[in-house]
Design a protein around this ligand. Sequence first.
Ligand SMILES: NC(=O)c1ccc[n+]([C@@H]2O[C@H](COP(=O)([O-])OP(=O)(O)OC[C@H]3O[C@@H](n4cnc5c(N)ncnc54)[C@H](OP(=O)(O)O)[C@@H]3O)[C@@H](O)[C@H]2O)c1
Length: 212
Amino acid sequence: MNVGILGSGTVAQTLGAGFLKHGHAVMLGTRDPAKLAPWEAEHPGAKVGSFAEAAPFGETLVLAVKGSAALEVLHLAGGAALAGKAVMDTTNPIGGPPVNGVLPYFTTMDQSLMERLQQAYPAAHFVKCFSSVGNARMVNPRYADGPPTMFICGNDAAAKRTVSGVLEQFGWATLDLGSVEAARAIEPICILWCIPGFLHNEWTHAFKMLHA
Ligand SMILES: NC(=O)c1ccc[n+]([C@@H]2O[C@H](COP(=O)([O-])OP(=O)(O)OC[C@H]3O[C@@H](n4cnc5c(N)ncnc54)[C@H](OP(=O)(O)O)[C@@H]3O)[C@@H](O)[C@H]2O)c1
């Protein structure tokens, strides 16, 4: 699969390396491709370009940018290059520094960031994923209790099948929570995930859904 990753930060670089490891072709997109030269040199076969180059490259896309910049980045990528594609949305709408370990969000409980993105680009198939775990545990994490749970949601069933296939390769158990509105519940899991980090410097955990 050709994967276009919109972003240059730790999530984009980590997932880019993960897709390469699993045999996919990868292009990272950024406003400043020069800054990714070291990453490109360390990852033979990987490509780096602008947001407008990475989006048409990908049959499947990953959105891995600062939540407050997500709409601007999709605009730079170009709506036509998003249409009909699964867009794996890793973003969280973080609105500032934590207060007693609790991050503020610029969204509300009644409208998530992914709903805003889906509304702005109705022909793209956004799937929330990788938003509720730290980048260090995104690719084939090892836990004594077995694969952790990745909470996903989105409106398009085929896109979610594509994403579930990726998650299986990346060592996750997928829990599909339904349509885009479920991002109202999934995005705040990042707030919960970060609290032990900010309070106790614990950043290696992941969540697992237990079934009776
Ligand atoms: N870090 C984690 O462990 C983690 C875990 C789960 C989810 N997430 C979420 O994943 C996303 C990516 O996180 P990250 O830590 O890798 O990176 P980040 O620092 O949150 O974002 C960096 C990316 O955002 C883009 N960006 C920032 N301001 C911009 C602007 N004004 N206009 C256009 N683009 C802009 C940058 O573009 P350029 O490339 O052009 O500089 C860069 O690609 C975030 O939404 C975060 O909440 C992070």
